[in-house]
Design a protein around this ligand. Sequence first.
Ligand code: FAD
Length: 391
Amino acid sequence: MSKQILILKDKCKGCNLCVKACSFGAISVVEKIAVIDAAKCSYCGACEPACKFKAIEIKVDDIDRSSFSAYKGLWVYGENRDGVLAEVVYELVGEGRKLADKLKVELSVVIIGDKTQNLADDLFSYGVDNVYYIENKLLKDYDTNSYTKILEEAIEAHKPEIVLFGATSEGRSVAPRLAARVKTGLTADCTALDITADGDLAQTRPAFGGNIMATILCRTRPQLSTVRPHVMQKAAKLAKKGKKIELKSTIVEKDVVTKVLEFIKETRENVNLTESDIIIGAGRGVGSEENLKLIHQLAEKLGGVVGASRACVDAGWIDHFHQVGQTGKTVHPKIYIACGISGAIQHLAGMSSSDIIIAINKDADAPIFNVADLGIVGDVFTIIPALLKSL
Ligand code: FAD
């Protein structure tokens, strides 16, 4: 931690107020200007408010930056299966490009698998500068142990300052283990990222049960984050050429400690909530399972799907699979119509990045109207039938 105490000479009157406030005898006045004895000063801060002329400033930087210059560039973990990149990779590339441009550094994707080189050209067309890849039959299926080892070796060799992962099962598995290996922190489940004036990654995520949004800085390098899928905008196509860089690794068969025998696809009702352009969200205001039929009718008419608040799910009106929010799904549709939903922060965490939010609520003060682009104060049982009639 570095601390600095400054006397602003143009403001100091040599009045001795700070001398009296200092319990450590660290301040004296020499030629009408306060002078601090750094050996005695404890940086307790008592002098700063004691000065009527605002001539004292204490600066605290609790990050030791001496080793940071060795780290450069932003990496995205290129999660892939059967030769196809996960959707979240394109979202991270979109966000990563903006952050890399702010830092004036290169954006790279690191891909591990058995057929990875051919994914590079596609990534270059989304504005990626470099693709680090490793192709090895042993790496066909995700394996935490070997994938962590490869990433650890790659970070040691190339020293990126930021590495972003999707907050998917795979990202949540590899990122914490990697963070421990490279002795850095990890901010999990981020919903927003930015670059501070000091060039640090500002990582925002819900905290304390979703009641506040916390912005977290990392004291070490590299800075590692997992990012919720469907929160960031997908990358735009750019005509760009990039560089393929093969990763060297010491990986051998005994490093791969899991063997995938079979993949079994989930067979439950296929509600494509996270990929739908139109979602009709049902809240407690809908009143009952029976009344949800109205919401289903509207969804069908508009070619959308039904989402729900936790209140509906907890009441047993609809399966958890439909839940939108902090403990449900994060969605990013073109249109989200919130019907009888109050707009609790935990619900907003899952849908506030929708392109257009329309809210129907009979309470004009409901918080959902604070995020809505279009608000209808009224009863869902009047508004929705009228809407259905006019469609
Ligand atoms: P309410 O808050 O009860 O709101 C009902 C709304 O309907 C009111 O605004 C009312 O004015 C309106 N209304 C009533 N009748 C009508 C009518 N006839 N016409 C029009 N409007 C009407 N919630 C989630 O949704 N998703 C989550 O993932 C989630 N995770 C959570 C995690 C934690 C750790 C915690 C503590 C809570 C979580 N919650 C989540 C719960 C959240 O705090 C709220 O309790 C929940 O979102 C409320 O749902 P609601 O808006 O449907 O119900």
